[in-house]
Structures are given as structure tokens and as C-alpha cells.
Design a protein around this ligand. Structure first.
Ligand SMILES: Cc1ncc(COP(=O)(O)O)c(C=O)c1O
Length: 1012
């Protein structure tokens, strides 16, 4: 009723004929107005007792922001005020109740409320920080008589709640709010001294919009509701936003740090400002819960009143366990500042004293080489999830190449390392969960018993013996106060048990005095003997675990708290600072020298430096679950493959022109897996080369040229392989099918033409038409080629009996049948070693590639004696690298590992576990149209509508990229790129599947309503 009325007002005053839909609003009426021509607006009908100055201020503020927004920020959509037909920013209209209301119109911004959006993760929050800073910049200089403060929400006068603490019934909650008020009171003088600007003043999570349908990554698309604009300090703006973005966060500190980091990118924040934000944010929540308590008395049972009460209490209660000093330090670190003011003094003093400290190890270290322990620099440990004792004992330079003849080595600061494999370093339950990997001290590898000396006068603060495997063993923390206002701590790990037994807390240690000695392996946590030396600028912020290794995702904080300690060893920082790979340089080089159609996966590309079984590791030691790559069939970096390759390379790597038993061994191993009629094998280097050869074999045998191929199929990147790959030649500039290529539809029972019980026969009968077309053009059939289970078509499982029916038609027409088993062969399908087995079909030629060499370039073509004979036309067949001694040894080993490690069986059981899990997700997520697969060849078909099966391409792209963000690699496939492709190494374990399913469930949940 009311909608129609206000639609009339809109038409009369703006000349816009639109349909109205009500939107949420606390006091005013808001309508989404969709005009006949598709344009969208928000019609704002102010509360009936509204003052004209408020609506005038709102319109003026919007206009000001638009006039002052930086050209660079102009892409950021602030709503625009649409003037009435008379050019006025607003009008007065009579409501259905006869009361006059102010009405104005703004442009509509797409997106959903931040409060309702997931994931609210650091990149999005950082974006919010940037947007808030841009808004504040655009608002600067705005002033209007209508800018009035609502006392209730004025953070400069939030202590009004002190008079109402008694309204909070629960005594512990009341005490909590009182404590927050006290902290606020302590900060208030500083707050009142802060300079004031015009600020939005109410960036709560319902006043922030996030794009929910513009793909990946999600972005802030609007900051709404200028009704509370006021003059105030910038910290108030940030504290209000911080209070709301910290709600419901696993790590509220990290969320607020991302917010201020974003803001600081645009407008620099000072340490003093950053220190105010957390106590103020807590005070804002204290105001909110106090207000709720008061309103509940006024309007008992009104849900709007308590809308944010529960999460606010939850955060307030949790925040009691979070030291405010730690949050302040974190926020400062996020903005590149020292963790506190004292830290700045200490850093300066240490810098001035560099070169004058007493030698910690009693000797000069300037010539000691630094040993590389990073995933880029070394391969210790081979298994990044479990370091052997022998590896732990061999970390020093003697194990590294080139071997160092000296007895002292340094281990680098800020170096990521995979050596911290103990549970204590893990940050989650899975093998691939995040863990602490980055060393935040320096190591000095020297013999056990070497005396450790204080670099300057000190008092023993902590002395402990930590006997756990891969812990510190003997550990001492010394406190130093060398000058007024300068105080810091140094930590010494891996000391002997006897040395820590001698020391007591509070004991004084003079500069240069030997206070401990290095422990041996039995007492130092099981490591190669060395000292771990760490500098802590504010030891109070290190928890009792005294961590010496940090989470790479939290490194700015840990680096600020525990900076490079090189000065304490009288060394320049650069001597021990780890130098990270430069992603930008690597990317730039790639852009400069590679064609841009050599694509990278993911919106945020990955750089991996190590692999092990089902995981890949980036430079920072972050593990990614590889649920996508089928080439590392028996797992990344398999030690047996490495051993075989090393051994064979030491002996000989030659070609098929000479006799060698390794070639026959590989041929026998392969043929033993093939049907009995397949007796001959050719070795090649890739799937493409294999399919090229298969084409030649088919043509040599039949004398024909024409090929029947399946729609969307991919058979390789060479000229001939592209000719038989509709996936390539059917692309807009793909050139189309050559005249000798005849395409039949893919046997897709989910979205293809035939979906019923006799789909197999009906799809197979398409072959008849193709044969007819060949006859009609006067061609001659050479054969039929298909991926036995089409992969790039969207992980298709053909209906039972399809391939058998096709093959019999092809054979009847005199053609040969080629099974491209590049994706499906070698046990991936679990129950079956080959795809054609599942189809009860007997191919004449089998092509193998990708998984056969586990990363070594290796393919094979197997065929019958008759076809091999037809091919032998007197012209030599030779592939230089195909069938090299090394390739054959590796290929044989891959086949053996599949059998000996039960990997086909694992594909079967783990694949079923995955498929079951995915099918359980289906009822929970409407976007999941179909789950299909066999073994570890799996597809999840995403749809916008389960009835029409319209592909949800954008959602699939989003899911793939979000999974990558969560460090799980999957792909997308299918003609519409809407099928999630899961095709991991056959080593994947149930725990990995649990992690994948759990994460996918969460991410699919984020896409609710996010359709193309
Ligand atoms: C089914 C199929 N056949 C052939 C090939 C080509 O193999 P390669 O890239 O080793 O030349 C591929 C590669 O993705 C494939 O998926």
C-alpha cells in the first residue's frame, strides 16, 4: 500500500516510473526503486518528525563527497543524490497517513551488508580500511548546520554509560563494562587532544556494502548512511568500524590490524592514534550493550534493540583475555611502526651500540657462513610434515652444498623453514594446516659446551629447561636496561641442562660473562648443537611459550616485536637477514618473456618451491593441499623416483637405438597392465606426442584419414592433436574443425541431449551420422578417439555401455579405436586401472601421458601387433627422448609404486569417501547441481538453477579462488567452466579429504544467493 503511494511520489517528483521494494531502516523508510528501464535507486522517506536541516545536510554531504573524492578513488561508488525534476535535492510529500515527509533519492549501490557477508577476511577488511580513509579524505572540509551529535553514540562523551552500569543485570558483565569504562576514562584526555575532522561516525557493519556477485575477490562497494556525520577525531571513525568488524572474528586483533593497515595506506596513522583504537572500540561496544539494556526496558521484546547484543557481549568477554598492549603493538606493526614507544628507544640504542657488544660466543662471527634452511635453499626435511632425528641433527653447514670446512655457521633471521614439524608448531588439525615456520632469531651452530656470554649487562629474567622434542632444551631470557628509558630482553635457546640449573631468576650477569654453554643433542631438543638468539623489544608481549618461530601470515607483528638481532652479534643485519623471493620480479620476468596465453592459475597466482606427497609448499613453508594435479600421480617428490633418477643419471641416459634391459622392463610392466590383444608399445615424451603417433598408426593401418572425435575433447597442443581437439579448434579464434574431423556430442547424461536409461545407445548412435558424413564427403574413416572419461568437458562419466557401442560401430566401419587414457589411466578411477575397463570396451590403441612419469616428461602408445606392423612401412620411427633409459626406469618405478603402495585401492576408498562427502553437501547448497566421478576423478557441477541446470560459472570461479586462498588447489572445467575439478595425486588421505570438504562446505555457504 505504502509502496504504491511512494512510487507515486517518485513518479510525480522525479519523473521515474518504478517499482518499490522496502529495505531495512531503523527510523526512516527506504525503498529500492527499480525503474522500467532497469535503472535502480534508493528512495529515502525521512521519519515524520525529521528536521529539514538533517535532509539538507545529508544531500549536501553526498554532493561534497562526490565533488572531493580523489580522481584515483572515483571508481569507488558513493551513492549520488538524484535531483527532482525541478532540480531540488529533496522534496516534501504527504504520506498515506497525511503527515508531511521529506523525500530524497539516491543511486542504488549493488552489494550486501557487510554484517551478512562471508568471508569477512583480512583482504576485505584491508579494503574497507582503504575505503574509509578515502571517505574521510573526501569529507574533509565539509561542514553543515545539520551536523548534530546524538549524545548516545558520541564516543567523545561515551562515559554517559557510567551512570547506567546498574542497568546491566548480570554482575560479572556489569563489572566488565565498568572496567572498560575505567580504561576509557584513562584514555579520554588523549582522545580529547586529538585533532578533529569531519567523519562518517557510524561505520557499523550494516552501513558497509560488499559486492556479492561481481566475482572474485569480493570488494567493499559502498559506505552508507551519512546521518551521523560529525566532527571528531579519526580514531573515533576507526574505533567504531573496528568494533563491528571484530565481531564474530576468530582473530579480532588480526581483523582490526587489517583495517588500520588499509587506512594507513591512504592516510598515515601515528602510534598514539593506534593505541587509542582498541580501548575505544571496546567502549563503543560497551555503549551498545548498555543501550540495549536501557532499550529493553523501554521496548521489551523488540528484536531490533538486541540485534547486535549477543556478538557484542561475546567479543567484550573474549577481549578481557586479550592484552590491550598486544593489540596496540599489533596495530602499530601493521602500520610499520615500532611496537611501542620504548621499542623505538631500544632500537635506536642497539643500533648505536652495534659493533661494541661483548662477543656472545667468545669469538668474532663476521666470517661465519650463513647456512640456508629455507624451502628455497635446502631440502631438509624431505618430509615437511615430519623431520627425522637424523635430519634434525644435521642442520648445520656440513650437510649443505657446498660443504663448509669451518666449524661455525649462522642460521638466518626471518627465514622460513620446514623443520618445525612438531605438533607444537601446528596452527590447525590437518597435515596441511597452517603452522609457524618463520625463524625470528639467529642461530649460531657451534660445538656443544661452547660458552655463551652476555652481550651487555643483564639480569636473568627467565630460566627454564624445556625437554620436549624440537623445543629449546635449556633456555634463558636476559633483561637489559642499559640506559634511561631503554629496556629490552634477549633469549638464548638450546643451552645445556647444567647451565640452566646453575642460574636463578633475578641473578645479575655482567657484560661478556659466560652464563651458560651450548647443550648437546640429548638436552637441546634433539637439534644439531647451536644457539638460538632472539631479541624481544617487549618481552611482556611474548607469551610463556617464548616462541622462536612465527606464523608467516603474522610476520609484520613478530618482526616488529623480535627484530633482527644481528647487532647483538656485532654483525650487519644483512649478514643474517633472509632475502625473500621477489614475487613481483618473477611475475614481471614472466610477462616480459612469455606469451600471455601461457596462463597462470588463480586470480592470485601461486609460487611453489617444494612438494611432498599431496602437498605443495610456498617459499614461506605454507602447505597447499594439491587436489588438482594428476601428474604427480604417486605423490610429489617421491623418494623412490628421486633415487631411481639419481642412480640412472649416474649410470647412463641414452636412447632406443641401443639395447638396454630397462626399456624391456618398462614395456613388459606396461603391457602387463593392458588387455591381452595389446602387445606393442612406443615410448614418447607427452600425451600430445602420443596422440600424434596414434593418429599416424590409425591412418597407416586403415589407409583412411578421417577421424571421429567427441565434442569439447582435448588431446594435446601439437598441430595434429589440436586438429582433433574441439576444446581448442571450437574456441572463437580456434579455426574450426578440419574437413577430415567429425564431431559427435559428448555422452553427458547431466546436461547433454539424452539423460534417460537408454542414453548410452542414443549417444553411440551419433557415430552413424558421422560415418555417413564421411561417406558423403568421399572420405575414408581412420578411427575414433576419445578421452575415455572426458575431463575438460566437465569430468564426465559416460553411461554404461556407451564406449562399447561406439567401438563396435567404428570397427564395423573399418576404423580403429583410440583410448586417450592420459587423464584416466593407471588406477585413478579406483575400481578400474583403465577407463575403458569400466566401459567393457577394447581399444586398438591406448595413449598414456601425464601421470606415467610422475612429472618426468613421459608418454606411451600401446597397440596391437597388426597395427604396429602396418605402421612399419620401411621408414624409421624414432623419438630422441622417448624411451630414454632414464624415462624407462622412472616409468617402471611409477607403475610399481602404484601397485606396491596400494594407490589404486586408495583412489577407490578415498575417492568414494570424497564423493560421499560431496553428495552430503549437495542438499545444503542449492548451487551444487551434480556430483559425479569415479575414484579420484571427480567433478562438482555448479548451477544457478537445478531445474534449468544453467551453469554457475562465476560461482565456480569464486569457489576455485577461495579454495586457493584457503590453500586447497582445485580447478574448474567444462564448456561453461562451471564444474569444480578435483583430481589429486593418488596419495591423498582421508584427513586431506576432510579438510577439503569442510572448507568447500564453508565456501559454498559464502556463495548463497551469489548467482551469475
Ligand atoms: C586427455 C588428454 N590428452 C592429451 C593431453 C596432452 O598431453 P601433454 O600436455 O602431455 O602433451 C592432455 C593434457 O592435458 C589431456 O588431458
Amino acid at each position: 500500500m505504502s509502496q504504491q503511494h511512494w512510487a507515486g511520489v517518485l513518479a510525480a517528483n522525479w519523473g521515474i516510473d518504478a517499482e518499490l521494494e522496502p529495505l531495512a531502516g531503523e527510523f526512516d523508510l527506504n525503498f529500492r526503486a527499480t525503474a522500467r528501464d532497469g535503472r535502480r535507486f534508493v528512495l529515502k522517506v525521512m521519519r515524520s518528525n525529521c528536521d529539514a536541516s538533517l535532509v539538507d545536510m545529508l544531500c549536501a554531504a553526498h554532493a561534497h563527497v562526490h565533488a572531493h573524492v580523489d580522481a584515483a578513488d572515483a571508481g569507488f561508488p558513493f551513492p549520488r543524490v538524484i535531483p527532482t525534476t525541478t532540480g531540488a535535492p529533496w522534496c516534501v510529500a504527504v504520506g498515506p497517513d497525511g503527515a508531511e515527509r521529506f523525500v530524497w533519492l539516491i543511486s542504488f549501490l549493488d552489494g550486501c551488508n557487510y554484517a551478512l557477508f562471508q568471508p569477512r577476511n583480512p583482504p576485505l577488511i584491508r579494503d574497507l580500511g582503504i575505503r574509509i580513509a578515502q571517505l574521510d579524505r573526501a569529507l574533509s572540509g565539509f561542514s553543515h548546520g545539520g551536523m548534530k551529535r546524538d549524545l548516545k553514540w558520541d564516543l567523545l562523551r561515551a562515559d554517559w554509560i557510567d551512570a547506567h552500569h546498574d542497568q546491566i543485570a548480570d554482575s560479572s558483565r556489569r563489572a566488565l563494562v565498568q572496567r572498560i569504562s575505567e580504561r576509557y576514562a584513562a584514555q579520554k584526555p588523549k582522545l580529547l587532544n586529538e585533532p578533529r575532522f569531519t567523519i562518517h561516525n557510524d561505520l557499523n557493519d550494516y552501513n558497509i556494502l560488499v559486492a556479492h556477485n561481481s566475482g572474485y575477490p569480493p570488494r567493499i562497494t559502498g559506505l552508507l548512511d551519512f546521518g551521523d556525520i560529525a566532527s571528531g577525531p579519526v580514531v573515533v571513525e576507526l574505533a567504531i568500524a573496528a568494533a563491528y568488524i571484530a565481531l564474530d572474528q576468530d582473530d579480532p586483533e588480526c581483523a582490526v590490524a587489517a583495517l588500520v593497515a588499509g587506512y594507513n595506506e591512504v592516510s598515515a596513522l601515528s602510534g598514539a592514534q593506534l593505541d587509542l583504537i582498541w580501548p575505544l572500540a571496546m567502549m563503543r561496544l560497551a555503549v551498545s550493550v548498555t543501550n540495549s539494556a536501557l532499550m529493553q526496558q523501554e521496548r521489551p521484546g523488540d528484536p531490533y534493540v538486541v540485534i547486535s547484543e549477543a556478538p557484542a557481549w561475546q567479543l567484550l568477554e573474549r577481549a578481557e583475555q586479550i592484552p590491550a598492549a598486544r593489540v596496540a603493538a599489533r596495530l602499530r606493526a601493521a602500520c610499520g611502526l615500532p611496537v611501542d614507544d620504548a621499542a623505538a628507544n631500544a632500537l635506536e640504542w642497539i643500533e648505536q651500540t652495534r659493533g661494541k657488544f661483548a662477543p656472545v660466543m667468545g669469538v668474532e662471527l663476521s666470517d661465519a657462513p650463513a647456512v640456508a634452511l629455507s624451502p628455497v635453499g635446502c631440502t631438509i626435511p624431505r618430509d615437511p610434515s615430519c623431520m627425522s632425528d637424523a635430519e634434525a641433527l644435521a642442520l648445520g653447514g656440513t650437510q649443505q652444498e657446498p660443504r663448509h670446512a669451518v666449524a661455525t655457521w649462522l642460521g638466518r633471521y626471518a627465514e622460513p623453514r620446514l623443520i618445525y614439524t612438531d605438533r607444537a608448531f601446528a596452527l590447525g588439525p590437518h597435515r596441511g594446516s597452517n603452522r609457524r615456520t618463520v625463524h625470528i632469531g639467529v642461530d649460531v651452530f657451534m660445538p656443544p659446551g661452547t660458552a655463551v656470554r652476555a652481550p651487555l649487562d643483564a639480569t636473568v629474567e627467565v630460566v627454564e629447561y624445556r625437554g620436549q622434542h624440537l623445543d629449546y632444551g635449556g633456555m634463558v631470557v636476559l633483561r637489559h636496561t642499559p640506559a634511561d628509558g631503554v629496556s629490552f630482553a634477549t633469549l638464548y635457546g638450546h643451552l645445556s641442562r647444567a647451565s640452566v640449573a646453575r642460574l636463578t631468576s633475578g641473578q645479575r650477569v655482567a657484560s661478556g660473562a659466560a652464563f651458560a654453554e651450548l647443550g648437546d643433542r640429548s638436552e637441546n631438543g634433539g637439534w644439531d648443537p647451536h644457539l638460538h638468539l632472539q631479541l624481544a623489544l617487549n618481552a611482556g608481549l611474548l607469551d610463556d611459550a617464548w616462541p622462536g618461530v612465527a606464523d608467516p601470515d603474522d610476520l609484520s607483528y613478530w618482526r616488529a616485536l623480535c627484530p633482527n638481532p644481528a647487532a647483538l652479534l656485532n654483525l650487519p643485519d644483512s649478514r643474517i637477514e633472509y632475502v625473500a623471493l621477489d614475487m613481483a620480479e618473477v611475475t614481471k620476468g614472466r610477462r616480459a618473456h612469455f606469451a600471455s596465453n601461457l596462463r597462470l592459475s588463480y586470480a592470485d597466482p601461486c609460487l611453489f618451491v617444494r612438494g611432498w606427497r599431496t602437498h605443495m609448499y610456498d617459499e614461506w613453508g605454507r602447505a597447499y593441499l594439491d587436489a588438482y594435479n594428476n601428474v604427480p600421480h604417486v605423490g610429489h617428490s617421491h623418494p623412490r623416483i628421486e633415487a631411481i633418477a639419481r642412480e640412472q643419471l649416474q649410470r647412463l641416459n641414452s636412447n632406443t637405438r641401443y639395447l638396454h634391459p630397462a626399456l624391456m622392463e618398462f614395456a613388459d610392466a606396461l603391457l602387463a597392465k593392458a588387455p591381452a590383444h595389446i602387445t606393442h608399445v612406443f615410448f614418447v615424451n607427452s600425451g600430445s606426442e602420443g596422440n600424434e603417433l596414434a593418429l599416424r598408426l590409425a591412418r597407416a593401418h586403415t589407409g583412411g584419414k578421417d577421424m571421429i572425435v567427441v565434442d569439447h575433447a582435448y588431446h594435446g597442443n601439437t598441430t595434429g592433436a589440436i586438429d582433433i581437439s574441439p576444446y581448442k579448434f571450437d574456441k572463437p579464434r580456434g579455426g574450426g574443425a578440419p574437413e577430415w574431423v567429425h564431431v559427435v556430442p559428448v555422452a553427458d547424461v547431466y546436461r547433454g541431449e539424452y539423460r534417460d536409461a537408454d542414453a548410452a545407445g542414443r549417444y553411440a548412435s551419433n557415430i552413424d551420422g558421422a560415418i555417413e558424413r564421411i561417406r558423403a564427403r568421399g572420405g575414408h574413416l581412420a578411427g575414433f578417439i576419445a578421452e575415455t572419461f572426458p575431463s575438460v568437458s566437465g569430468q564426465i562419466i559416460p553411461p554404461d555401455g556407451y564406449l562399447q557401442a561406439v567401438y563396435s560401430r567404428i570397427h564395423a566401419a573399418g576404423g580403429v579405436c583410440i583410448a586417450d587414457e592420459v587423464q584416466t589411466g593407471l588406477g585413478r578411477l579406483g575400481e578400474f586401472y583403465w577407463g575403458f575397463e569400466q566401459q567393457h570396451a577394447n581399444p586398438d590403441i591406448i595413449v598414456l601421458g601425464k601421470p606415467l612419469g610422475n612429472g618426468h616428461p613421459l608418454g606411451a602408445v600401446m597397440t596391437t601387433a597388426e597395427i604396429a606392423q602396418s605402421f612399419d612401412n620401411g621408414i624409421e620411427y624414432f623419438s630422441t627422448f622417448g624411451g630414454s633409459t632414464l624415462s624407462c626406469r622412472i616409468g617402471t618405478e611409477v607403475l610399481r609404486i602404484v601397485d606396491e603402495e596400494g594407490l589404486q585401492e586408495n583412489a577407490h576408498t578415498t575417492g568414494n569417501y570424497l564423493l560421499d562427502g560431496l553428495r552430503k553437501l549437495q542438499p545444503r547448497h542449492a548451487v551444487v547441481g551434480d556430483v559425479r566421478g569415479a575414484g579420484l576423478f571427480v567433478g562438482v557441477d555448479l548451477v544457478n538453477d537445478r531445474t534449468t541446470r544453467e551453469p554457475a560459472t562465476r560461482v565456480a570461479t569464486y569457489v576455485k579462488n577461495r579454495m586457493r586462498e584457503e590453500r586447497i588447489l582445485i580447478g574448474t572445467e567444462g564448456p561453461a567452466d562451471n564444474v569444480l575439478k578435483i583430481r589429486p595425486p593418488l596419495t591423498i588421505a582421508r584427513d586431506d579429504i576432510d579438510q577439503l570438504l569442510h572448507t568447500l562446505d564453508r565456501i559454498l555457504g559464502e556463495t548463497g544467493g551469489q548467482h551469475d
